[in-house]
Unconditional design. Structure first.
Length: 452
């Protein structure tokens, strides 16, 4: 006999911890036997029970060998439906966050600001997919005041599905750029996919969910693409922020300093002005900081609480992270890369004040048919930047070297693989420099750090 969501939910309330990995079992938890590309966790269900879980949720009747084994049609669907059921019990603001670049940094900044006054729960790391979002929702309990849920996607309808689980009351799209072009089917597909968050915010809540009022969208008023997407849907409940002194902005701000760490001045609608220093590098992070300040103001925090949140946030996970070595300053931004984030990173490096500047750029993945032209455009952008040395790593960059032969390639090196780059950098070490390291996650450019 199959176990339904309504039968499963009371068991979750008794055992409100989810386990999905038998190497990290929490005694008394619920084990969900999820499938992967190379494994079927149904085969580990008995091991999970032996390790102390209260129940193992499985979808293969072959492994239902006792009362602690609960059979469902599909384990992943059961996990997602359980999260939807739990979300309906939560009467708190849930901020849904997506975008091409800056999602995780913005999520962390929002959490850092709101946690100055509220007990918040935010997506851990980048658990922002069809598994991570339900797992995050299921960690929210009655003690939490606000949740910040990051939602990632590499194809259309994914944000729509994640919204059906997280059911955000508030939403923010950081930006729309060239990423996952293969899955989305081009930039227009990216716009449509990310816009599914705005589509969800258009839906009216139901009184029984305590959501009779329309949902709120936070929109960067400097971003023409986001404004177009918002106006096309006629979103009514919109809160604006941005760099320009737009009278419609709840918050406006500008950079004061970009020498290593960002310092900015921001204003609220009362025309009060405040200065704040961050521990972030890269002028492109100004929009992310302003988004967090805007949301802090919207939820009633005072300027001191907001500034404490911004100043206290330390970037990690190799996103806009500064690392000082014995002889070099590293800008570690190699968690991921796409043409949009490459361009703003190059622009920032162009403006950085340093005696010797080096850019190390690795291949961008999931570019599909646009790969050649996008890698060429990044090379050309980098060649025009005011830096002393450029290093390109990967087969995609290397295959486009001939396309820029007419460009002055002085102090420019191409390596086919990261292993080749490691050998080259050991032979020709870089010292006394400010070095940007950026590439897609699959390039594993963290291997280069120990060379500097």
């Amino acid at each position: 006999m199959k176990t339904t969501t309504e039968q499963l939910y009371p068991l979750f309330l008794q055992h409100p911890v989810i386990s999905t990995d038998t190497r990290k079992i929490t005694p008394g938890s619920l084990f969900f036997a999820l499938k992967g590309d190379k494994f079927d966790a149904n085969t580990f269900a008995q091991k999970a029970v032996e390790a102390g879980v209260a129940y193992a949720i499985i979808d293969n009747p072959e492994y239902a060998i006792g009362e602690q084994f609960l059979l469902v049609d599909d384990v992943l669907t059961a996990l997602q439906d359980l999260a939807r059921r739990h979300r309906r019990q939560l009467n708190i603001p849930v901020i849904g966050l997506t975008g091409t670049n800056g999602k995780t940094t913005t999520k962390e900044l929002i959490n850092a600001v709101l946690s100055q006054r509220f007990k918040t729960l935010a997506t851990q790391g980048n658990l922002n997919n069809h598994i991570g979002v339900p797992l995050t929702i299921l960690t929210i309990d009655a003690s939490h005041d606000i949740a910040v849920i990051e939602m990632g996607a590499n194809h259309q309808k994914e944000i729509e599905m994640l919204c059906s689980i997280a059911q955000p009351t508030h939403g923010l799209i950081t930006n729309v750029g060239k990423a996952h072009l293969e899955g989305f089917g081009g930039i227009e597909g990216v716009k449509k996919g990310k816009g599914e968050l705005y589509d969800y915010l258009l839906q009216s809540g139901s009184p029984e969910d305590g959501e009779s009022e329309s949902k709120v969208a936070f929109v960067n008023s400097d971003d023409a693409t986001l404004l177009e997407m918002q106006k096309a849907r006629d979103l009514k409940n919109v809160v604006y922020y941005g760099k320009n002194a737009n009278p419609d902005n709840l918050v406006s701000g500008k950079l004061l300093d970009n020498s290593t760490f960002l310092a900015l001045k921001w204003n609220d609608r009362k025309s009060s002005s405040y200065n704040v220093k961050s521990q972030l590098t890269g002028s492109y992070n100004l929009d992310n900081i302003l988004a967090a300040i805007c949301i802090g103001c919207f939820f009633g925090l005072d300027y001191d609480e907001i500034n404490q949140g911004i100043e206290g946030y330390q970037p990690k996970n190799n996103r806009s992270q500064i690392m000082q070595t014995t002889t070099n300053t590293l800008i570690c931004d190699f968690y991921n890369a796409n043409p949009s984030s490459m361009f703003v990173a190059i622009d920032n490096m162009d403006k950085v004040q340093a005696a010797h500047k080096v850019m190390i750029l690795g291949d961008m993945f999931e570019m599909g048919l646009e790969s050649a032209i996008e890698h060429t455009s990044v090379i050309q952008k980098a060649m025009n930047a005011h830096v002393d040395e450029r290093i390109f790593i990967g087969k995609d960059f290397s295959s486009q070297q001939s396309e820029v032969q007419n460009t002055n390639l002085i102090n420019t090196t191409f390596y086919l693989t990261a292993e080749d780059a490691i050998i080259g950098l050991k032979t020709n070490p870089i010292t006394n420099a400010t070095i940007l390291i950026k590439g897609s996650r699959g390039m594993a450019l963290e291997r280069l750090v120990e060379l500097f």
